[in-house]
Design a binder for this molecule. Structure first.
Ligand code: PEP
Length: 266
């Protein structure tokens, strides 16, 4: 078992209404015990937040969060949901700047920073996603894009606020495509993010998760990299047995203190 605190975050996207969310929780809970140093986060559709929060109650290792919020707490924003509203139905985290929000709905780096600031002020944990598209990667602009995406966040947040932020590096070309970054590629960008935070006086304790086609076969190897503090998973988190299996497989990954990497039993 890794001694690091690891976060396993499930992004259900537009899947699992309230009845399915309750059924998921009923199957999932007995399969995955509460373990010190491991947190399980669920981002269901907003309409399922209350049902899922109730169904998962009594597990301090589990929290539910919203997939998207507006930065204002109320007003004339048809179709939007505010942070106090999602908190009222149990959300303790919010996903901010997921690539589908950025690329399908035109969310900008500045809007991502405003949402993150609003989440922190309201007292929920923002899980902020960054990552490059395939075109950006192929034209050698990965680092530039990730640094650009972090820019407005670094401007808006005080260094002290960063201890309550979680980041996820999610290369867009790896999301839902079955192509994941190699552990070395992911670790390299995680290091870049860590350096950029450090350069701006941000705590080195901000967890950085990896996301993009993580599954039971690759989670162990990804988590052997000390730079990767957990995973953000879409497709492979939708089935309770599959998600439980992924969490257990990931938890067996071990980081060698000497700097080499290996799996606990392999
Ligand atoms: C995601 O939705 O954040 C994600 C990483 O999806 P998938 O695991 O399906 O690639």
């Amino acid at each position: 078992m890794s001694e690091r605190h690891l976060i396993y975050a499930a992004n259900w996207k537009m899947n699992h209404g309230p009845a399915e969310a309750r059924a998921f929780a009923k199957k999932f809970l007995p399969l995955v015990p509460s373990v010190t140093g491991r947190s399980l986060w669920f981002f269901p559709p907003a309409v399922s937040l209350g049902a899922l929060d109730e169904a998962l109650a009594g597990r301090p290792d589990i929290k539910v969060g919203a997939q998207n919020v507006h930065w204002e707490s109320k007003g004339a924003f048809t179709g939007e949901i505010s942070i106090p509203m999602v908190m009222e139905v149990g959300a303790r985290a919010v996903l901010v700047g997921h690539s589908e929000r950025r690329h399908l709905f035109g969310e900008t780096d500045e809007q991502v920073a405003r949402k993150t600031g609003a989440a922190l002020k309201a007292g929920v944990t923002p899980l902020v996603c960054v990552g490059e598209t395939l075109t950006e990667r192929e034209s050698g602009r990965t680092e530039q894009v990730v640094v650009r995406q972090l820019g407005p966040l670094l401007e808006v947040l005080e260094p002290a606020e960063w201890v309550k932020v979680v980041l996820a590096y999610e290369p867009v070309w790896a999301i839902g495509t079955g192509k994941n970054a190699t552990p070395d590629d992911a670790a390299q960008i995680h290091e870049l993010i860590r350096m950029e935070l450090g350069r701006n006086g941000v705590s080195d304790r901000v967890p950085i998760l990896y996301g993009g086609s993580v599954n039971t076969a690759n989670v162990g190897l990804l988590l052997t990299r000390p730079q990767i503090d957990g995973v953000l998973v879409g497709g492979a988190s939708l089935d309770p047995e599959g998600w439980a299996d992924l969490v257990e497989k990931g938890s067996q990954a071990k980081v060698r203190p000497s700097g080499g990497y290996d799996l606990a039993d392999g």
